[in-house]
Design a protein. Structure first.
Length: 519
């Protein structure tokens, strides 16, 4: 397919005046579960990128908290993480200065007396650095520790300090079903008010995800056609080539529906479907998202598909099936693929099917949203086109590539030059982030950490949204649990998932788009 690339010239960008950046107040960031992968791979590189861009306050401290006695080794390990995962030159002069802000505190999550010592240590650092009392607690531990940590912070008055502000960031999973999510929200809100709670969904930190709002609401031409009168169907795919990467025990309990669909994909769906918020502020955006989720009727089990990968070839590599992954039950019934059809029953979307699918060990890594428009009412060129090189005229398709090759493409029909017939072929108008704005090293956490420090909840999940989504998915999880899948594994690693997922769409005359990625 031919492609027309749209470029912003780099010289245009360099002439833009620097925007007025928001810089947070001095703060101590306390990361619980800091010895885990997330801190090293994502959080610290993101914090360093913020430092490089002068977006951190002058006075700040990062305190890693975990059970192991690590001491100075922790800061050294984080330095390595920043270099390896943050695309940072190891001789960057800002690196040593930044690492000087990192310290470690060993703590047993269940021991209340340790929290008293933690408080003393934070007060000491605060005084030394002139922080002024602000604390941001980040829960990056296994979820079973969330409630205990929150309770202990509350017991030591760390949730409502006399001086400064306190807030808490929670990594998913926010519960594993509706009941547990409610319980967790209750435990958290017993100590922290909702305005102090930042539930992270790292998808909302991705540039392209945020750009969805800009695309829809900063441009006048798309909104008039963004509805059931013009849109035929919406597909959202989160396809990963990776398997479970040593996280067998976690994934066994999670599965694709809990791990990716119920949270990341529902966030994407809400941004595609929401009504224009009255402002780009937390309350307004979160209210519109909630309205979308609330308008989704229960999803019939018949409209859900689950899959599990067997052995296969991904890229050039032979890989084992899910049941042969490390620390996975050899008879596991956990799904590594989930697909479903849902509807949004409101004036804008009634009758438009939304197809969602997520899978591990798929043919290609691609997270994409594709919006297929209706055909024109009369296809005057169709007969001629059918005889031409590209066959039948294809409907307009807008694809939003979340990753990789972040960008947006619009497919339309164009006349094939020099042809004596009116032959029509599909071509793409393609906006590519990297071509337009240069390569970004950001991992999504930069924006979210910065917003949490600034107290801006716009890009964070609210308890009502989390519970509404669990209410939608818990019956599916229950139904799946009550019936062991007989045909697992049912797709080869390196394929586009089980055949039954194709049938789900074929039933209503649709097909999955498998030509994902940039063309
Ligand atoms: C995480 C899931 O939340 O998202 C992982 O636990 C998944 O299983 C990951 O691989 C996908 O995130 P990304 O940013 O790589 O698309």
């Amino acid at each position: 397919m031919a492609t027309i690339a749209m470029k912003v010239r780099p010289e245009d960008l360099s002439q833009l005046p620097a925007g007025k950046e928001r810089i947070p107040e001095p703060v101590i960031l306390v990361i619980f579960g800091a010895s885990g992968d997330l801190t090293k791979r994502k959080l610290l590189p993101a914090l360093f990128h913020l430092r490089q861009n002068n977006l951190l306050p002058k006075e700040f401290a990062i305190v890693g908290v975990a059970r192991r006695p690590l001491g100075d080794e922790f800061a050294r390990d984080m330095r390595e993480g920043i270099v390896d995962f943050g695309d940072v030159d190891k001789s960057d002069p800002k690196l040593d200065e930044f690492v000087g802000h990192i310290s470690y505190f060993a703590l047993n999550f269940d021991d209340p007396s340790h929290y008293a010592s933690l408080k003393t240590e934070l007060d000491r650092i605060d005084k030394e650095r002139g922080i002024g009392g602000n604390r941001l607690f980040y829960l990056a531990t296994a979820p079973e520790f969330f409630a205990g940590i929150v309770e202990n912070l509350g017991a030591q008055q760390m949730a409502h300090p006399e001086k400064g502000m306190a807030a808490i960031v929670i990594e998913k999973p926010f519960g594993h079903d509706l009941g547990s999510a409610r319980e967790l929200n209750h435990q958290v809100n017993a100590v922290f008010e909702e305005r102090q709670v930042f539930r992270i969904d790292h998808y909302l930190g991705k540039e392209t995800v945020q750009n969805l709002l800009v695309f829809r609401f900063a441009n006048g031409i798309f909104e008039p056609v963004w509805n059931r009168n013009f849109i035929e169907e919406v597909q959202i795919t989160v396809a990963e080539t990776l398997g479970v990467e040593g996280r067998g025990p976690f994934y066994e309990k999670a599965g694709a529906l809990r791990d990716v669909v119920q949270n990341h994909m529902m966030e994407l769906l809400s941004l595609v479907a929401l009504e224009p918020p009255s402002s780009f502020e937390a309350e307004s955006v979160r209210r519109e998202k909630l309205k979308v989720w609330q308008a989704i009727p229960p999803i019939p089990i018949l409209n859900t598909i689950r899959g599990q990968y067997g052995p296969g070839i991904v890229g050039k590599d032979h890989v084992v099936g899910y049941r042969d992954e490390e620390r996975v039950n050899p008879n596991s019934g956990t799904e590594t693929f989930a697909a479903l059809r849902l509807e949004i029953e409101n004036w804008r979307w009634a009758g438009v099917p939304f197809f969602l699918r997520a899978g591990k060990r798929m043919k290609k890594r691609a997270t994409e949203i594709s919006i297929q428009f209706k055909q024109p009412p009369l296809l005057i060129f169709n007969r001629l086109a059918t005889d031409g090189p590209c066959g039948e005229i294809q409907p307009n398709l807008l694809t939003i590539r979340i990753q990789p090759d972040e960008g947006i493409a619009l497919r339309f029909g164009a006349k094939v030059p020099t042809s004596s017939q009116m032959s029509v072929c599909p071509v793409n108008m393609d906006f590519d982030y990297e071509t337009a704005f240069g390569k970004s090293t950001a991992n999504g956490y930069e924006r979210l950490l910065l917003d949490a420090m600034l107290g801006d909840q716009t890009l964070f999940a609210h308890r009502d949204g989390v519970e509404t989504n669990w209410a939608l998915y818990t019956p599916i999880l229950d139904a799946w649990k009550s019936k062991t899948p007989e045909v697992f594994p049912n797709y080869f690693a390196g394929s586009w998932g089980p055949e039954c997922a194709d049938h789900l769409l074929e039933r209503s005359g649709h097909t999955w788009r498998n030509d994902l990625g940039r063309h």
